[in-house]
Design a protein around this ligand. Sequence first.
Ligand code: KIV
Length: 267
Amino acid sequence: MATKSLSLTSLLAKKQNGEKITCLTAYDASFSHVLDEAGIDVILVGDSLGMVIQGQESTLPVTIDEMVYHSRCVARGKQRTFLVADLPFMSYATPDQAAINAARLMQEGYAQMVKLEGGHKQIETVRHLVDLGIPVCGHLGLIPQSVNQLGGYRVQGRDGESAKRIIDEAKLLEEAGASLLVLECVPTALADEITAQLTIPVIGIGAGAGCDGQVLVLYDMLDISFGKRPKFSKNFMAETGDVKKAVEAYDIAVKGGSFPAKEHSFE
Ligand code: KIV
C-alpha cells in the first residue's frame, strides 16, 4: 500500500509541538528515494539545480521547463516526503504568469507547493496563488535570484533597517497566505525573532539553530558540489562515507538540535 505523504498540516503541527523539520534539495528520482527512506520531511526541487546540475554560475538561467522536468523526476522517487518546487527567475513576474507556471509545477511536476523569492513585491502574487488553491513557500534574506541587485552572495539583515524590512516582509508573506518560509543567510538573532513572530514554519539555511527546520543543498552536504562549501553547510559524508547514512545523520542532527552549530551560523 502506498505511504501517505506528509501534509502542510503535519508540518505546522511539528512547529506547534517544537519538533524540527528537515529539508534537503533533490533533483532526480534516485536521490529523492534516498531522502524519502531516510525520513527527511520536505524535498525542495531548488533552482540551485542551475549550479549543481547544470554547472551555471547562478540560478538565473534555469527555465520553468527544466524545473517541471526535475520536479516530475523527484516526485517519482518519493512517497512520504512533502514536495516543494521553485518557481525560477522571471517565471512569476506578474500574478497571472505566476499562476500559469505554478500550475505547471503542480500538474506536470507533481509539486505540492511552490516557492518564490522576495517580500513586498511578491505579496499580490502570493495572494493570487493562494486564492487559486496553490500553497506557497516564501524565501527571504539572501535571495539568489536577486544576486545581481544584492551585489553578491552575502549575509542579509545585519543592520537595523534591513533587519526590520525582513521582519516586516515575513509578516506580510504570512498575512498574504504563505504557509512556509525559507530564511537564507541572516543573523541567528534575526531568524529567531522571525521564527517566534510567525505561526507558519520557518526553514533556515545559514540562519542559526532556532528556526523551525533546516534546509541544505544536497550536493553541499554530501561534499560533491564543486567550489567552496558554504560556511553554513556541513560535510555529512565525512563521518559516514555512505550517502544514505549521511542523509540520516543530517536528519538526526537537525531533529536532535546538534546541526547547525555556531560555526555554521552568522551573527
Ligand atoms: O534553490 C535552492 O536550493 C534553494 C535553497 C538554497 C533554499 O532555494
